[in-house]
Write a protein that binds this ligand. Structure first.
Ligand SMILES: *Cc1c(COP(=O)(O)O)cnc(C)c1O
Length: 421
């Protein structure tokens, strides 16, 4: 099977080439040429077996087809529990990877694929602009991978101390650059480098952000697997509720449903950034500037995977039959963190709180599975005052906090950046 661009003006490519390229040459996003139905009645017992059956159709005929089992075996070396807190209501704990957020799934799979490509392609340089979570997951996933260098750009003073430590504690093949500017300045710098073909070739530049289809494959797999587990326990197909920003996690759910996974509706839970809820209300997509909220990994005004969702579901009335969206503000987030802890003794992060309240408001007693996208302790400044007790970092994360950090301060200049690559 191959991948094509959502805009239809780029040649078909193998999955591994699409992963290496990131964005299609016509500016569109890569999607598969066909949607396999391998998740219909998939009997796989473990997540790794299931992920193999989910992803393998897209690697059939690919030069890396035979490596897929190894990628999956090494990438997903942590647990994926479902926690039922009521008879028909559960949390999907996506935060047991090394950086305690769901982005570990995508980043670790991508690191496996790209380091394999790096072996034959020559050394690759991954250039990534981050406002927090993505950079940490990418750094952790690519650390010490042979044949790969990573350059992480983040805005000075705009990430939390914990996030900053996660971006700067690595050394070896991971370099961090603290840019005197905003997140948008970091993104522009990365774009400038990618738009210059000479530079792109010379440094063998590759991107690792959420437009890369390689990050979405594992997300499709866990959405399908967890729905199957839920159904096995509760006897019904779950509605899946997804705290959303760039819609990468959500696209995984649409994809899994398309492939036959037992998913009822897909609820897109937004913070005060209302692009997605407004789209569902108006039927018209309009990007807007993002605003800052407590669920900051979802502070997105122009969701990058919207183009994929609209490609898969071009008929708005059909899309509304299987999906809807709601916006939750900061006051409601605080309240939900408190209430959920009081009722269930489970601390949740602000993003997860958005999902839980969206589920309550839209679904009530219907069965649902809410994606818990990060560990509560990553956002302890927000969570601890609401629950009235102290949270502790998971051991893997805590050990990163002990490491020595190293960072290069610079202006947003391509010339300076290139001198350091
Ligand atoms: C990235 C992130 C999100 C948003 O996911 P998208 O795929 O961008 O929609 C939600 N919660 C957390 C904790 C994240 O890191």
């Amino acid at each position: 099977m191959k991948a094509i661009s959502t805009r239809g003006k780029s040649p078909k490519v193998d999955m591994s080439e699409c992963i290496l390229e990131g964005l299609a040459p016509d500016g569109g996003l890569y999607v598969p040429t066909e949607w396999s139905n391998s998740l219909k009645n998939c009997q796989a017992k473990s997540f790794k077996e299931y992920a193999y059956e989910a992803i393998a159709p897209y690697f059939s005929g690919d030069p890396l087809e035979k490596e897929l089992g190894g990628f999956i075996e090494r990438a997903f070396n942590f647990v994926l529990p479902i926690c039922f807190f009521e008879k028909n209501h559960a949390l999907l704990e996506l935060f047991h990877g090394p950086t305690s957020a769901f982005k570990d799934f995508g980043a670790r799979f991508l690191a496996e694929v790209l380091s394999q490509i790096g072996k034959t392609h020559g050394e690759l340089t991954i250039l990534v602009a981050t406002s927090g979570d993505t950079g940490g997951a990418v750094a952790s996933a690519f650390f010490d991978k042979p044949g790969i260098n990573v350059a992480i750009l983040y805005p000075k003073g705009k990430v939390s101390p914990l996030q900053e430590q996660q971006l700067t504690c690595w050394g070896n093949n991971i370099k961090s650059f603290r840019i005197n500017g905003t997140f948008d300045d970091c993104k522009s710098l990365v774009k400038e480098a990618f738009n210059n073909n000479e530079i792109k070739k010379k440094y063998n530049l590759t991107s690792a952000n959420s437009i890369n289809l390689g990050r979405l494959l594992p997300q499709m797999a866990y959405q399908g697997f967890s729905a199957k587990l839920f159904k096995g326990s509760a006897g019904v197909d779950p509605n899946i509720v997804i705290p959303s920003g760039n819609l990468g996690n959500a696209f995984g759910a649409f994809w899994a449903k398309k492939m036959g996974a037992p998913i009822d509706k897909i609820i897109l839970a937004s913070n005060a950034n209302k692009t997605i809820p407004e789209f569902f209300r108006e039927g018209k997509y309009e990007a807007r500037a993002s605003i800052q909220t407590l669920a900051n990994a979802m502070d997105v005004g122009a969701p990058s995977n919207m183009e994929r969702v609209l490609y898969l579901h071009s008929d708005f009335s059909e899309l509304k039959k299987i999906s809807s969206s709601v916006s939750i503000n900061d006051d409601e987030i605080r309240e939900e963190i408190k209430t959920f802890h009081r009722d269930h003794q489970i601390p949740v992060c602000p993003h997860t709180a958005v999902g839980l309240l969206a589920a309550k408001n839209l679904l009530g007693d219907k069965p649902y599975l809410v994606c818990a996208t990060a560990h509560a302790s990553k956002f302890r400044e927000v969570v601890e005052p609401e629950i009235g007790s102290e949270l502790f970092l998971p051991p893997k994360l805590a050990s990163l906090m002990e490491m020595k950090s190293e960072v290069l301060d610079m202006e947003a200049s391509l010339e300076v950046l290139l001198n350091h690559l």
